[in-house]
Design a protein around this ligand. Sequence first.
Ligand SMILES: Cc1ncc(COP(=O)(O)O)c(C=O)c1O
Length: 436
Amino acid sequence: MQYEANTLENHWLPFTANRDFKQEPRLLVKGEGVYYWNHKGEKLIDGSSGLFCCAAGHARKEIAAAVGKQLLELDYGPPFQLAHPASFELARKVAALTPDGLDYVFFCNSGSEAIDTAIKIALAYHRAKGEGQRTRFVSRERAYHGVNIGGVSLSGMVRNRETFGAVMPGVVHLRHTWMPENRFQRGQPEKGAELADDLQRFVDLYGATSIAACFVEPIAGSTGVLVPPKGYLERLRKICDANGILLVFDEVICGFGRTGKAFAAQSFGVTPDIITMAKALTNGAQPMGAVAVSDRIYGTVVDHAPAQAVELFHGYTYSAHPAACAAGLAALAIYEKEGLFERAASLSTYFLDAVWSLKGIPAITDIRGYGMLAGIDLAPAEKPGARGLDATKRLFNAGLHIKFTGDAGIIAPPFVAEKSHIDQLVDLLRKVLSQY
Ligand SMILES: Cc1ncc(COP(=O)(O)O)c(C=O)c1O
């Protein structure tokens, strides 16, 4: 398939070097299992599950059939003061996967919307409790929480923030948890739990009663897979509990088996008050996000409103869209039937061994990983991010899709991958990255 450059012009691509891309497009035209095909007919291994969405592999017939059936039965219904049965079933299924006590699920359409929804739920909760002065949020350097104004304000990535000036006020950032002494440590690093005490410093500086919530990705995914140091999440939980602060885990990447359990909260044994999720909720087949909240949060907000009144003035035209619910139910059924979370857990050692075998390649300055998620840092070239983009292209041309953020590659194969796919993936990484 050939594309004339001018046929690509009108689409302003997200998070993409548009001018560069349109000179040398990388189009995906087909996906199946752990493979993509590009517009030249070449086959690529999907080393990042798309964008960490397609845990069960591509083009799953069960999901396509469920979405098609749903669209012919009920294509759309307003989600305000009306509902359709699949949304309740999906909420029940999601609540069965989240840690005990997080039993209420609010649906939206993306990870970014999940984050902004969680921000609003946190504010509504404190207000309902009579603590409406809790409006400050704590996030972390190197965090990625999507691109809506709330999420950008929480973001700890300079390029995502600087263009947009002063976004939502009142957000402070914990230090990130990447430490030079933890380089090449596999799993949870030994050092760094004390970095959680930054939250205590904010309590001491701003006053506990001004802080609504602390948002963290259990594993900071987008900036290159920063696995939490041992004891770090536990300390955050303790400080939150002592000070009436909600703890929010953004599990948009970690959720649905990536860490070997349904949620990273379970892998790390720390239960937050709110979990945001998206991506693998539908195996990437339909846009959907969700926010799971504790019974206490739901009860407080709902019971605070007068009878028959709307309790939370928030929602989207496409909240719990029937097609997204159908995709979600079909995806969760596949995860269960094929035991994919368990498969992720059992494949992890082989996967991490394979990725760690890249240690020693001169351009690789660090490797981190947990479960079926690994990050590799490349020594920057002339400008930060230039080598990452170059590596993206070289790998694509060599037959491998890996998502880079800046100079960090994020490796997250689908859980249906065989060991032979992991070998292939790592061989391609070795071949290409050894060229630097
Ligand atoms: C942790 C985290 N939060 C939020 C988002 C935003 O999700 P979306 O791109 O679906 O809006 C992402 C996307 O990668 C993410 O990794």
